[in-house]
Structures are given as structure tokens and as C-alpha cells.
Design a protein around this ligand. Structure first.
Ligand SMILES: Nc1c(O)cccc1[N+](=O)[O-]
Length: 237
């Protein structure tokens, strides 16, 4: 997978050289190129913003630098993290992980001139994605989150791909609580079932805990969980 990131703060993306994303780059599973938007400015002050038409607070990112940057880097699938985007889900991470070329546009200020999105959409798929209903300074941190969610799904990145099967949000439920040694810690013991060695009962316990946790914390997920995936033993939970 090829990834291009366009930002006025390219240094924000140093974390992508760390951990598994960094390893994915070093093993050739992923290439990440970060571009300073100001490279496509032509004035002495390397201006990327201007006042909004129609008035209002703040500044808007000018279309010219973005248009030239996307002309140079595209086509690909343009991903624009934005508070007005579609909420990002694990399903979206899986979809993005299937693509060959992602281009991330990091907006700042009050956002990017709408014509940049409209012009790009005439030449490539454009996805406006939101991480949540809150306001950030810009799209950079959202790109790091999306990059981590997507990279870990690339074949060969995780040593044990089966761990993807049961983790939260992949199976449509929150995962069960996890424990490790010691068996007792500050007078709190690991549930006996997990030390029983009875893998069938352990699997059922984890399933029950997953359903209970999802029902109590994410009723929205429970409501959209396919009923035919709930079996008789679940209903007893
Ligand atoms: N919420 C927000 C923002 O305020 C600015 C850029 C991106 C996002 N987001 O992805 O959620």
C-alpha cells in the first residue's frame, strides 16, 4: 500500500516511523510519503490560507496549493479527516486496507475550500471521515489514528492474524476482559474459568462477557448485531 500525506505540519507524522507502522514500512508492506503543502505555494510568505467568503471567524485553506498538490500526487483515494465526515468504523478500516493508494489531506484553520474536494471528486474517490464529534486543530492526529487502524489489517503486519478475529469491533461486539499473571493481585483473582483449561467453557465465558459488556456499554452495537448470530446459549446470558 502506498500512502501520501499532505499537511502544513509534516513533522507531526514522525510517529508513523515507530512500532508496527514503522516495521510495515521497513518490510515494504507500506510506503508513506509526507508532503508539506507549502511546497505548492508560490508567494514569498508561502501562504496557504485566506479569509472566508461570506465573512465569519478564522481562515480557510486556499484551493490553489491543494489543487497543485493533488495533481502532482494523485490519483488515489483521497481521505479527508473532517468534523463533517462520516464516522470512522472498523469496517471502514478494513475497506481502506484493501486499497492500493491512499492520499490523506490534513485540513487546518476552518477547513479546506470546498472546491478542492469537489474538484478532486471529479478525478478520484474522496472520503470525508470523522473520528468523533469534537473539534481538533486539524486532521493530522486523525490521520495517525486511521493509519494505525488500517496498517494493522494489512496482511503480514500482525504476527498472529487470528488476533484480528475476536478483537473489539471486528466481530461486531466488544471483547471480553483479559487477564495475565499473577493469578492473584491485590486480593483480586483471575476468574477460575480462565485457569480451568476447559477451552469450550472458556470460549462460552468469553462470549457471555462480550455480550454483557456490549449490551451495557454499547447498546447501539448490540442493536445492530445480526440476530441470527445470537444462539440459544447467548439468550441465556
Ligand atoms: N473532529 C475533527 C476536526 O475537528 C478536524 C479534523 C478532523 C476531525 N475528525 O476526524 O474527527
Amino acid at each position: 500500500m502506498r500512502v501520501d500525506i499532505i499537511s502544513i505540519f509534516p513533522d507531526y507524522f514522525a510517529p508513523l516511523d515507530l512500532s508496527l507502522v514503522g516495521k510495515a514500512q521497513s518490510t515494504g508492506l507500506l510506503s508513506v510519503d509526507v508532503h508539506d503543502l507549502r511546497k505548492w505555494t508560490s508567494d514569498v510568505h508561502r501562504t496557504v490560507d485566506d479569509t472566508p467568503y461570506g465573512g465569519g471567524p478564522g481562515m480557510v485553506m486556499r484551493p490553489e496549493p491543494w489543487g497543485q498538490a493533488l495533481d502532482a500526487i494523485g490519483p488515489g483515494t483521497l481521505v479527508v479527516p473532517s468534523p463533517v465526515g462520516k464516522p470512522f468504523t472498523q469496517a471502514d478500516a478494513y475497506s481502506l486496507a484493501q486499497l492500493d493508494h491512499l492520499i490523506f489531506a490534513c485540513g487546518r484553520y476552518e477547513g479546506i475550500d470546498q472546491r478542492v474536494i469537489d474538484d478532486a471528486a471529479a478525478r478520484m474517490p474522496v472520503l470525508e471521515i470523522s473520528l468523533g464529534d469534537y473539534v481538533l486543530f486539524g486532521g493530522e492526529v486523525a490521520v495517525i489514528v486511521i493509519m494505525e487502524a488500517v496498517t494493522r489489517l494489512l496482511p503480514g503486519v500482525l504476527g498472529n492474524a487470528s488476533s484480528l478475529d475476536e478483537e473489539s469491533h471486528s466481530a461486531g461486539l466488544l471483547e471480553a476482559p483479559v487477564y495475565t499473571k499473577p493469578a492473584s493481585w491485590r486480593d483480586r483473582d483471575v476468574p477460575d474459568i480462565l485457569r480451568s483449561g476447559d477451552h469450550g467453557r472458556i470460549a462460552r465465558w468469553r462470549r457471555t462477557q462480550s455480550l454483557l459488556r456490549t449490551a451495557s456499554r454499547r447498546p447501539d452495537m448490540m442493536a445492530s448485531y445480526p440476530p441470527d448470530l445470537l444462539d440459544k446459549s447467548d439468550k441465556a446470558a
